[in-house]
Design a protein around this ligand. Structure first.
Ligand SMILES: C[S@@+](CC[C@H](N)C(=O)[O-])C[C@H]1O[C@@H](n2cnc3c(N)ncnc32)[C@H](O)[C@@H]1O
Length: 223
């Protein structure tokens, strides 16, 4: 089933060949195959890959399925686009770090389920340019998507993040229809951490100050 989150991933694929890392159900690869894109679907676990195989067979799709972790099942230069979606930000960072030699010349469609702030910092500190950001909403849940590449030729069009709050709430998303939902999510997240810290006996005062400042920045954006 193509949910708004998966629809968002599909909107950002413009290449000719694609690998979906951690495919699970293979819904995205099947849609890409329908568009005439060459797709390789991978997963670290045999169980999800079996589900992918069943769905691929049902649709009669020509999709290569490979078992393995991260970028290990993909050869260098084999695809122009790599999707890493539905995983934690930390796992995405690990996948990109473990096979850094395979990341040149590839457009990465990243859909982190958490730690988006940390992932943005990681990308910019590790030679990537962030080209696009997007959001999707399913009920009360808001999902982020980040398009990143190491292609220097595209650096002129890369997004910039000018201060701490923009690493949480990118300026490029301010006019997005889901931005308000993201802003409210961040507000709840920061307020919860702040009230926990205030109750703690050995609270870190710098951390309390930083969270207070971020909440003030959110108030300013809301004005
Ligand atoms: C929550 S599912 C997401 C499925 C799909 N990508 C999506 O966005 O709907 C996460 C999948 O990633 C796989 N996975 C987790 N870590 C992985 C890794 N390091 N390399 C490849 N696959 C991984 C899991 O086995 C699981 O099937």
């Amino acid at each position: 089933m193509i949910t708004p989150r998966l629809e968002m991933i599909l909107r950002h694929i413009s290449g000719k060949s694609c690998a979906d890392i951690g495919t699970d159900h293979a819904y995205v690869p099947i849609k890409l195959w329908e568009r005439g894109i060459k797709v390789i679907a991978t997963d670290i676990m045999p169980g999800p890959l079996k589900i992918a195989a069943e769905n691929v067979k049902k649709q009669g799709a020509d999709i290569e399925l490979r078992l393995g972790g991260g970028l290990s099942p993909i050869k260098k230069g084999e695809v122009d686009t790599v999707i890493i979606a539905g995983m934690g930000g930390e796992m995405i960072e690990k996948i990109l770090s473990d096979d850094a030699d395979k990341t040149d010349g590839v457009t990465f469609i990243l859909q982190p389920m958490n730690r988006q702030y940390e992932l943005r910092k990681f990308l910019l500190e590790n030679g990537f340019y962030i080209m696009e950001e997007d959001l999707a909403q399913e009920g009360f849940k808001v999902y982020n998507l980040i398009v990143a590449t190491k292609d220097v030729a595209k650096s002129g069009q890369a997004l910039s993040y000018n201060n701490e709050i923009e690493f949480h709430l990118p300026a490029s998303l301010k006019n997005h229809s889901c931005f308000e939902a993201l802003l409210n999510k961040k507000k709840r997240e920061f307020s919860k951490i702040l009230s926990g810290l205030k109750k703690s006996k050995d609270a870190n005062l710098d951390e309390i100050k930083k969270l207070g400042e971020l909440l003030l920045e959110i108030d300013k954006i809301e004005e």
